[in-house]
Design a binder for this molecule. Structure first.
Ligand SMILES: [Zn+2]
Ligand SMILES: [Zn+2]
Length: 314
């Protein structure tokens, strides 16, 4: 199961921590102030996902790496075009003469387009960028695959979808056979769609496809984070392509409907537009996030009310 926790207090800049149950690993979406983020949580972050580098999403990056340096870990940072130069500039702005070169390694993944991800490495004490390769996918580890959409916010703003891997369970009650290593062989054949593979059970060879009824595929949970974006058709086409029928999506709803002229001016979204696009995507659950700092608590209640009305409207 994937869970998300908003780590920013009201009127603080946004930061969302994503936790995977049964794993000590966390992922961090954007680096806002995040008073609720603990040092222990920061030290468990294995990958950082930056939507864009407006100051309200990136100002606390220093606070994050402050607690990561010295871990000796390799930490991935994904972000939009030029993210590698911006991270290099931030790291180079401090003095590192007492830090060992193995204190940490960042692997930066610059999202140029859907099919073009440039990989760079950077480590102390000189923090010089080293280009590694270009690849056509963003992020995969043992728990999740991460898909994304590059949205327009007058600059690229990357929206991320964390897809927990599907699991396959064995229906023990339906099987009259004794358990054995054939179960894992069968699961592998099922995953690879290898219907003709021979599976040997208690000395008898069986065709894999004849045993597939013993297995069930459980779809992995899908959790999305959509930060700053303009209300426009091109953006919505991309959002629908990636976030359709997701289990839970957090989405920027910066303005009240009555301030939608500012939303247009600043390439942001507003309450009913964000609620409606989530309804059009048929997501199961959704949460509006990242409100203008000039709003009071009652303004925010108004945003939430209008957002959920648009989301639930028939
Ligand atoms: Zn922004
Ligand atoms: Zn913002």
């Amino acid at each position: 199961m994937i869970q998300a926790e908003i780590k920013s207090l009201l009127r603080e800049d946004i930061s969302i921590l994503i936790k995977i149950s049964n794993s000590g690993k966390h992922y961090l979406c954007d680096c806002g102030e995040a008073s609720l983020l603990t040092v222990k949580e920061i030290q468990s972050v294995s990958a950082i996902f930056i939507s864009h580098t407006h100051i309200d999403h990136f100002s606390n990056f220093d606070g994050i790496f402050r607690h990561q340096i010295g871990s000796g870990e390799k930490i991935v940072i994904c972000g939009p075009k030029n993210i590698h130069h911006q991270i290099e500039a931030r790291l180079k702005s401090y003095t590192w003469n007492l830090i060992d070169e193995n204190a940490i390694e960042y692997e930066i993944r610059e999202i140029v387009s859907k099919e073009e991800i440039n990989i760079y490495k950077i480590h102390p004490p000189h923090w010089n960028l080293e280009f590694v390769k270009t690849q056509n996918f963003l992020f995969e580890d043992e728990y999740v695959n991460v898909d994304f959409a590059i949205l327009d916010h007058k600059t690229d703003s990357v929206a991320y979808l964390f897809k927990e891997k599907d699991t396959i369970t064995f229906n023990e009650n339906a099987s009259g056979f004794r358990k054995g290593k054939w179960i894992s062989e069968l699961k592998t054949a099922f995953e690879n769609n290898d219907e003709d593979q021979e599976i040997e059970i208690e000395g008898t060879a069986c065709k894999a496809a004849d045993l597939f009824y013993l297995l069930t595929r459980n779809l992995g949970y899908r959790l999305g984070v959509i930060m700053d974006h303009a209300v426009d058709e091109e953006n919505y086409k991309k959002v629908k392509a990636v976030f359709n029928e997701a289990d839970l999506v957090y989405i920027e709803s910066f303005y009240k409907d009555s301030d939608q002229e500012f939303a247009k001016l600043n390439y942001h979204s507003f309450a009913s537009a964000s609620g409606k696009i989530m309804k059009d995507c048929q997501v199961k659950e959704t949460v509006p996030i990242h409100f203008s700092r000039r709003y009071t608590e009652s303004d925010i209640i108004e945003i939430e009310t209008v957002f959920y009305q648009a989301f639930r409207e028939n």
